[in-house]
Design a binder for this molecule. Structure first.
Ligand code: SAM
Length: 448
């Protein structure tokens, strides 16, 4: 390996110049010149600055063992001439997938609007150096992106979510990774999907009585799902199927509901049953691909756990968690209750109660931001409490403009964390073609 040379602006032809690969090959920068793009090849679409930063961060943590690196990397397509596991996992493509970044495996099940990208989550976990069997939590777990990534890395995970319907979605997406596809295929081939559709259509779930109250917090999503099945669905047919299968069918039905409501009045509109049949076929293709790839790569899924509860009171012991990757609600950026109206309506959920408990939606116009600040600070204190000393939390958040004022919660989080005695730094991630009020998100890296 040649020693590093200084770049010199000189007209003297004999002056020593830095080699072209050292100038333009990102892998040389990522690996401190230990490797070039001949040995480690980035995915072609890993081109944003934050992606290169993350690829360097994951390499510096895990790059000493290239065999393990090939199994865990999020941003490298090839390591020493061999395709990485992420290459294969992200080849199980899902609806709306962009490159190798999102929507692969079961990530695309249920079209939740505020999802973050699995590839980015994986690189953050790699940077944190969380080992197999370690514990990562996401206290605002939404549709479960962090959990799916942890599951394929063999890492234990716990998600906390205040919306019971989303608890069920994320539990189902995690559980679906371990469905034995050939058995499910036999069932689907031997049944009439229209009857499955009718089973769901004829029975509305009613979570109206489900109290969003502290007394219920800590309930496991699996218990919640069992309760929904036993209390709201009639015996026979779908209810008699294995737990993981019927949950996937329920999520698929809710997916069809979402497609139906969003595409109504457009040239893509179809009937609800046509959406269900189409979505079911696509779910089956994903489950088949997932089953095959996980077997081929000999990946042992670590089943995730989801709790109905609040990020403001994490039910874990202090100093017990190896990493946190989360994306809290943005201050009034998205109205999650409105976004998921079709889902909440099908589940007949008490949305006013839910609003009162959700970070970012509490309070009327003037006090909203004050309550948001209070809740975010509290959530941060909780994250700090449960992290073990030296471990990291990564928080993805954007500063929205309220009225004509740009909020600065990302800077505040960095300040709060350093005031609490931790180390904090923030990276910027552009949102391309995204939400007009938001051009950048920040990935805040916090070390306890
Ligand atoms: C930005 S979304 C998270 C999306 C997630 N990263 C994903 O990929 O699906 C924020 C989530 O926080 C949830 N939430 C709001 N207030 C909460 C609270 N007090 N405790 C736990 N979750 C909460 C919302 O319901 C929403 O699902």
């Amino acid at each position: 390996m040649s020693p590093r040379m200084e770049y010199k602006v000189s007209t003297d032809p004999s002056a020593e110049a830095v080699s072209l690969p050292s100038l333009v090959d990102p892998v040389k920068w990522i690996t401190d010149e230990r490797f070039s793009s001949k040995e480690l090849r980035l995915f072609n679409d890993a081109a944003q600055l934050y992606e290169l930063q993350l690829s360097r961060m994951e390499f510096l943590t895990l790059g000493n063992d290239l065999q393990q690196f090939g199994r865990r990397t999020a941003y490298f397509e090839e390591v020493m001439g061999r395709k990485s596991d992420h290459f294969f996992l992200s080849s199980v493509r899902g609806k709306g997938q962009i490159g190798h970044s999102n929507q692969y495996l079961t990530h695309w099940f249920y079209p939740y609007k505020g999802k973050f990208h699995g590839q980015m989550v994986k690189a953050l976990i790699n940077f944190m150096g969380v080992p197999e069997g370690g514990l990562v939590i996401d206290p605002f777990v939404g549709s479960g992106t962090t959990l799916v990534e942890c599951a394929t890395l063999g890492i234990q995970s716990l998600g906390i979510e205040i919306n019971p319907a989303l608890c069920m979605v994320s539990q189902t997406k995690g559980d679906a990774l371990t469905i034995h596809y050939p058995d499910l295929e036999d069932f689907i081939n031997s049944t009439n999907p229209t009857l499955v559709f009718k089973y769901f259509r004829d029975k509305e779930v009613s979570l109206a009585q489900w109290p969003i109250s502290e007394n219920e917090f800590g309930t496991d999503a699996q218990v919640l799902l069992e309760k929904v099945w036993t209390e709201y669905f009639p015996p026979g047919m779908v209810r008699d199927l294995p737990f993981k299968w019927r949950n996937v069918l329920l999520v698929c039905f809710m997916h069809a509901h979402s497609d139906y409501s969003y595409l109504m009045g457009t040239n893509k509109a179809m009937s609800l049953d046509a959406f269900f049949i189409r979505d079911l076929n696509e779910y089956m293709a994903t489950l088949e691909g997932t089953y095959e790839i996980l077997n081929r790569l000999d990946i042992h899924i670590q089943p995730p756990r989801v709790l109905f509860g609040t990020a403001l009171d994490i039910p874990l012991a202090s100093d017990s968690v190896d990493g946190i990757v989360t994306s809290p609600p943005y201050s009034i950026a998205l109205d999650y209750v409105k976004n998921d109206a079709h889902l909440l309506r099908y589940m007949n959920m008490n949305t006013s109660q839910l609003r009162q408990a959700m970070v970012g939606l509490r309070g009327s116009a003037t006090e909203k931001l004050r309550l948001y600040e209070k809740d975010m600070k509290r959530a941060l204190e909780e994250m700090r409490r449960v992290l073990r000393p030296g471990a990291h939390a990564a928080i993805l958040l954007g500063d929205v403009t309220v009225g004509s004022i740009r909020t600065n919660f990302c800077d505040r989080i960095v300040e709060w964390w350093t005031d609490m005695g931790g180390e904090a730094l923030s990276m910027r991630r552009p949102i391309l073609g995204g939400y007009a009020r938001l051009r950048y998100e920040h990935i805040m890296l916090l070390r306890k």
